[in-house]
Design a protein around this ligand. Structure first.
Ligand code: HEC
Ligand code: HEC
Length: 344
């Protein structure tokens, strides 16, 4: 019996069992008193404006068969000997690092999080920080800005139906953990920042939100109309489900939105200062004001709508408090499309 076990362990990498032990249930650290749980917060979050529903993608109830948790995968482009099971890929305290050479060493809070409440940042924001349409692109953000946002989640100044996980985690993070994470993501090389490919069009390939909360292409060649108030931000392919940090989204934005969005970004013919006057040349960020260029349009719409309708608020918001209410709902869609199309 013992001999057999040794043989299996020796063969493990070839059998695709590498890291299997990690996937075993770990001892549970009890929840900390006073930390609100994401699942309890969810029902208390403000509903999005109906018009912007699409920018707050929520997973539909999963009615299909439960996928096999032990099926193994390798991300496209990764070392072929690197295999992770479906269960490991969604391990909140140790999701896969497919491209260790793409990035600097990760602080533990980023790669593994800390029990009980802080999940690995890479679970949702990935090792490259490009994130997914339903989370946030966080690479290249100013350190002060990054930390201010975690504090804003903790203090109730950022609420929406996509925010509960961040709110729970923010309640359990130390100042050092916030700084470590901010430093890591601020230093991701610029060449890795772009998370989205913008396509201006009146029709998009048929798509829908999958159980993972990601918008995915449907099989077949059908197309659907893109109305002037909607952006379909669709995963390029199934690799996003593996948390492949090199694969992002395609954003199908309405015809004419890029030109209109450019006018908004220049100040809407004098209605307010240009976005670049604070967000930096080419909208690439400046001092503690975050970059806007090349970021997920769903994320940008969510933020601008939340600011306009009072769900992202508080001292940290600064000058955006006056600007966001001056944007019409159409301005928000158009400017997000334009910003996403710029090179970061
Ligand atoms: C379970 C998924 C999930 C995990 C894990 C996660 N985040 Fe987030 N994060 C989100 C979502 C979703 C948002 C956007 C919320 C919204 O729409 O307002 C976000 C937003 C942020 C933002 C705001 C970005 C901006 O431009 O303002 C920061 C900063 C951030 N996360 C940091 C972290 C850090 C640090 C960790 C790890 C300790 C982490 N996140 C782990 C889901 C996650
Ligand atoms: C007078 C300065 C100023 C101008 C002009 C300005 N912004 Fe901002 N913006 C800020 C600051 C400061 C923040 C950071 C707020 C915070 O810390 O929460 C911000 C944050 C944002 C965010 C949130 C980004 C994120 O990562 O969550 C978006 C989106 C945004 N601005 C869009 C715009 C757009 C679009 C325009 C032009 C129509 C614009 N801003 C013009 C100062 C400005």
């Amino acid at each position: 019996m013992k001999k057999l076990l040794i043989a299996v362990l020796a063969l493990a990498p070839m059998l695709g069992l590498a890291g299997y032990a990690l996937a075993q249930p770990r001892p549970q650290v009890p929840n900390k008193p006073g930390v609100p749980l994401a699942r309890d917060l969810q029902a208390k979050m403000p509903k999005p404006q109906a018009l912007f529903d699409w920018a707050y993608p929520m997973a539909p109830p999963n009615t299909g068969p439960r996928p096999d948790p032990d099926e193994t995968f390798t991300a496209e482009g990764a070392d072929p000997s690197l295999k992770f099971t479906r269960r490991q890929i969604s391990d909140g305290f140790g999701p896969p690092d497919w491209f260790p050479k793409d990035h600097a060493p990760m602080p533990r809070i980023v790669s593994n999080g800390r029990e009980p409440h802080v999940r690995a940042c890479t679970l949702c924001h990935l090792t490259s920080g490009i994130g997914h349409a339903e989370s946030a692109p966080v690479s290249g953000l100013p350190i002060k800005y990054f930390i201010r946002q975690i504090v804003a989640f903790r203090d109730g100044d950022r609420v929406n139906i996509r925010a509960p996980n961040m709110i729970e985690m923010a309640h359990d993070m130390t100042d050092k953990e916030m700084r470590d994470a901010a430093n890591y993501y601020a230093r991701i090389p610029r060449a890795q920042w772009k998370s989205v490919r913008v396509v201006e069009t009146s029709r998009a390939p048929a798509n829908s939100i999958f159980p993972s909360g990601k918008r995915m292409f449907e099989k077949g060649a059908n197309t659907i109309p893109v109305d002037p108030m909607t952006i379909y931000e669709v995963a390029e392919n199934y690799q996003v489900e593996l948390r492949n940090p090199r694969v992002g989204f395609a954003a199908y934005v309405p015809s004419g939105s890029l030109a209109k969005g450019r006018v908004v970004s220049l100040g809407n013919k004098g209605a307010f200062r240009s976005c670049a006057s604070c967000h930096g040349n080419d909208l690439r960020g400046r001092e503690d004001v975050p970059r806007l260029a090349g970021r997920s349009p769903s994320y940008l719409v969510r933020q601008l709508a939340d600011m306009k309708y009072g769900h992202r608020k508080g001292k940290a918001l600064g000058d955006m408090k006056d600007i966001a209410p001056k944007l019409s709902d159409a301005d928000i869609v158009n400017v997000a499309a334009y910003l996403a199309s710029r090179n970061p």
